[in-house]
Write a new protein. Structure first.
Length: 193
């Protein structure tokens, strides 16, 4: 029985010694290689750092323009809106195209806007001043209504998802509730999603 106990203890001790030996064997030679110099004299030029390695140049360093099968560049047209300006949001990982349809301080108001060349999926969104409301009706090119005369209130929200094949909208915007101060009471815009 004594021999068995001595054997177990010897095995444990040898395992611990082996563990530390292999750990120190990997650390000490690396330090020795860095500390030793091939020539005893000091050189005029600095020696390269052992950590510094040349990195391969990135393969995709040139600007990439997506193309069609024929090799022509793809172009995405922003929707053309009569009497509207286009605003692009600040840089982000995936910039969205935002097209301002209407921004007004006039209330009451009744305006008709035409939106053409819709190529991408968009959200028709609104922002309203407190205690105001608007009514919206929208038609496709063929005259079919996609938004019936609907009233919206609240600070902001989404009115409609404009999905292909809808490439044209005729929108009537009417004020439903005005306030004493109507400065910038409405903002209506399309936002790519």
């Amino acid at each position: 029985m004594k021999h068995f106990v001595y054997g177990v203890i010897s095995t444990i001790v040898l395992a611990i010694i082996g563990y530390y030996y292999f750990n120190f064997a990997q650390i000490f030679p690396a330090k020795d290689k860095v500390a030793t110099s091939p020539s005893p004299s000091a050189s005029a030029s600095p020696s390269p750092s052992p950590v510094a390695k040349s990195q391969p140049a990135e393969l995709d360093t040139y600007p990439h323009t997506p193309t069609t099968k024929g090799g022509l560049p793809l172009t995405q047209k922003t929707p053309a809106v009569k009497g509207a300006s286009t605003a692009h949001p600040s840089s982000s990982p995936k910039p969205k195209i935002t097209t301002l349809l209407l921004e007004s301080s006039v209330c009451p108001v009744s305006i008709i806007k035409e939106v053409t060349d819709l190529k991408l999926p968009y959200l028709l969104k609104y922002e309203l001043k407190n205690n105001t409301a608007l009514g919206i009706t929208a038609w496709r090119r063929d005259g079919n209504e996609v938004i019936l005369n609907t009233t919206y209130s609240g600070n902001q929200g989404t009115i409609f998802k404009v999905l292909p094949p809808i490439d044209y909208l005729k929108i009537r915007i009417e004020s439903k509730v005005c306030t004493d101060n109507n400065d910038n009471w409405i903002k209506l815009y399309l936002e790519q999603y």
